[in-house]
Design a binder for this molecule. Structure first.
Ligand code: NAP
Length: 642
């Protein structure tokens, strides 16, 4: 019998080495692994237990004494397990599993969440999000996937598993999408990596809890190789257009290759996996083209430009700028950060921390340690953030906070920011945001941002920019800020979903970007009326602002898409598309919900979540558990088949 891949690799580690490894690990997670190893649930029914839950608090606020007591107990139990030859633990029944979940997160896990959590954790070793093999007609059903980032790679893996022929077209030279493109200094993920990885491809080698870009790229490379997806990809090739042919029920996908050569592919279905954050936004600032030094966008970092000893102007400071400034400050002569809107951030002391050797040992060898650790990271970000983002229309002073819980969040975040400023009121006025907490993307912070801003050779400028000239940036107060290099950390064209491709559906004339304008929509963020056999991953209304991970959403979407393809193939249909009623209803409900959330609140003046009309069409306002439920299998009644 094949060993459950999450049961850990057998080991012969000595007692002393085990004791050393345990110094690093998450003790509550370890205790659940001990239950698997020993089969004794009483281990978690005593006084040794976590006391509370908070994002990134992986020790459950246990005291040092309690942690030491668990370690002592654990060495004996682990040694016994080792001496028994590290057998695969007996499966645990549903009641005890729920008890273990609730024990770990110190609160009830409502019944509606349990199947989702179990699926996410795969304790039974079964990847149940993988689709069944499609029927024999699948060979006549070639699929084109646009993009080979996190979601395009997943699409390839699932299509391959289902036996459906496919080609992935990727504009970059390698896999990873955003993690391929964003090579700026300091680029790292801000969702814990032991959760920010495919559920079926956990990694036990992460060197950091929040890995830097090269390691993320290496992860996607390695997953691609393992699943043999590379040979299916046309690299450095861009999809310029896709047109539906009603006569043949096929898409003609137009591409432009590395040398500019145009070509076409024919597909029965197209999966768009292009992401929302991959077309750089460059602000239209007067005189931008008169600057004589190097200037580049954060996502197009020019590594040929040595910043050592240079005066650098960084325009924009959202999630990217927030990482760049601390990473380059040491080597530049002067750094001027131009920030239009201050950012909310919250404490995460582990943000730059390395994963100790003990944790890696536990991930590799202790049964289900990695699975429970994944759940521990997943749960605090699963739907809890929505409460603080919900607007209470009765709450006074909505520019300060949109609800009581949002106000509490504001106080907590403000304390974290001001605690780092040593009473510097001038800087506090610049860096404490003047809009409700979580209204824009909230950043994880270990103090490096404000430490950078308080350095003598670093200035934070909040005065608006008037123009750029040959050797610097001029602000509205008339001050000229000299610069040798300009870095634009000004974000992406997030509201132009699928732009600049021209995708023309059933009516033969209107392209999707014309139809959508600044209001992109799709049923469940996946399918669009009038565009048969077109499926979006990370489509309109599916970006996440309050927790979760896009990989989780992608896995939901790809399961749904695989099921749709199987319906088409096995049913012998030519095409399927959502009915206008189903899609309209989804968009109406999503927009109504979105209008109750802080991200759409009028107090948020600038945000890439908003379109030019101040509406939010790219984000999901829904709980993860709802989206998981709705995408578990396609509802035939939502579609018209031909
Ligand atoms: P962003 O959050 O949209 O930030 C863009 C910055 O440029 C903001 O400071 C924005 O000011 C400023 N800006 C834009 N247009 C401007 C203009 N015309 N004049 C002056 N300032 C202007 O973009 P980003 O930092 O690249 O991040 C985008 C998203 O990428 C993040 O939210 C996240 O989803 C992802 N990301 C993630 C990570 C991570 O995982 N750690 C890292 C980087 C990026 P306003 O705030 O006033 O609009």
């Amino acid at each position: 019998m094949v060993r459950n891949p999450h049961a850990g690799q057998p080991f012969t580690t000595s007692d002393t080495e085990i004791a050393e490894a345990l110094l690093d690990v998450s003790i509550p997670t370890l205790m659940l692994s001990l239950v698997h190893m020993s089969g004794d649930p009483e281990l978690i029914r005593g006084v040794l237990r976590p006391a509370g839950l908070f994002l990134n608090e992986v020790q459950g606020y246990m005291s040092e004494e309690d942690k030491a007591a668990v370690r002592e107990l654990a060495v004996g139990l682990i040694a016994d397990y080792r001496d028994r030859g590290c057998p695969e633990p007996e499966p645990i029944g549903p009641e005890l599993l729920k008890e273990m979940m609730e024990w770990l997160v110190c609160e009830p896990v409502p019944d509606e969440y349990v199947p989702m959590v179990l699926e996410e954790m795969e304790l039974d070793g079964r990847d149940s999000r993988r689709g069944a093999a499609a029927g024999d007609a699948k060979q006549d059903f070639p699929v084109v996937v646009i993009g080979c980032g996190e979601s395009g790679l997943l699409a390839g893996i699932r299509l391959k598993e289902a036996g459906i022929p496919f080609t992935i077209v990727e504009k970059n030279a390698g896999v990873g999408g955003t993690w391929f493109q964003n090579t700026y200094p300091g680029a790292r993920v801000d969702v814990g990596n032991h959760f920010y990885c495919y559920s079926f491809e956990p990694a036990d080698e992460w060197t950091h809890f929040f890995a830097e870009q090269p390691e993320l790229q290496a992860y996607f490379d390695q997953v691609m190789d393992k699943h043999g997806i590379g040979p299916h990809v046309q690299w450095r090739t861009e999809v310029t257009a896709a047109t539906w042919n009603a006569d043949t029920a096929t898409w003609t996908v137009a591409t432009r290759g590395p040398d500019g050569t145009a070509a076409t592919l024919t597909a029965r279905a197209v999966i768009s996996a292009v992401g929302q954050l991959n077309r750089p936004h460059l602000p239209d600032i007067a005189g931008g083209d008169t600057f004589t030094g190097p200037a580049f966008h954060s996502a197009e970092w020019n590594h040929d430009v040595d910043l050592t000893g240079k005066r650098v102007a960084m325009i924009g400071a959202g999630a990217s700028g927030f990482q760049i400034a601390p990473a380059i400050a040491d080597r530049v002569e002067h750094l001027t950060v131009f920030q239009r809107t201050a950012q909310w951030m919250f404490p995460n002391p582990n943000y730059h921390a390395e994963v100790g050797a003990g944790v890696r040992w536990a991930l590799r060898h202790l049964p289900f340690y990695g699975r429970w650790y994944r759940f521990l990271l997943f749960w605090p970000g699963c739907d809890k953030g929505l409460a603080a983002a919900k607007v209470d229309p009765e709450y006074p002073d909505q520019h300060r906070a949109v609800s009581e819980i949002n106000d509490i969040t504001r106080v907590m975040f403000t304390e974290w920011i001001t605690s780092q400023l040593d009473g510097n009121a001038e800087l506090a006025a610049k860096v404490v945001p003047d809009y409700p907490a979580t209204g824009k993307r909230t950043l994880q912070d270990n103090g490096s941002w404000l430490k950078t801003l308080t350095r003598d050779h670093v200035d934070l400028v909040r005065t608006p920019i008037t123009r750029i000239d040959a050797d610097g940036v001029v602000t509205d107060d008339g001050v000229h800020h000299p610069a040798d290099v300009i870095v634009y950390a000004t974000g992406f064209e997030a509201n132009k979903v699928l732009w600049p491709m021209s995708i023309v559906g059933r009516d033969g004339t209107t392209s999707l970007d014309e139809l959508w304008g600044e209001r992109p929509y799709a049923h469940l963020g996946i399918t669009v009326p009038g565009f048969p056999n077109l499926f979006c991953m990370y489509g309109p209304g599916t970006n996440l602002a309050s927790g979760g991970s896009l990989i989780f959403h992608s896995e939901c979407q790809m399961r749904y898409i695989t099921d749709c393809l199987e319906m088409l193939i096995d049913g012998g249909y030519r095409a399927m598309e959502p009915t206008a009623e189903a899609c309209d209803d989804w968009v109406r409900r999503s927009q109504a919900e979105m209008r109750t959330m802080v991200w759409a609140h009028p107090s948020i003046e600038h945000s890439f979540y908003k379109n030019a009309h101040g509406e939010v069409y790219t984000l999901s306002p829904w709980r993860l558990v709802d989206y998981w439920t709705w995408t578990r299998e396609p509802d035939r009644g939502d579609f018209a088949f031909s």
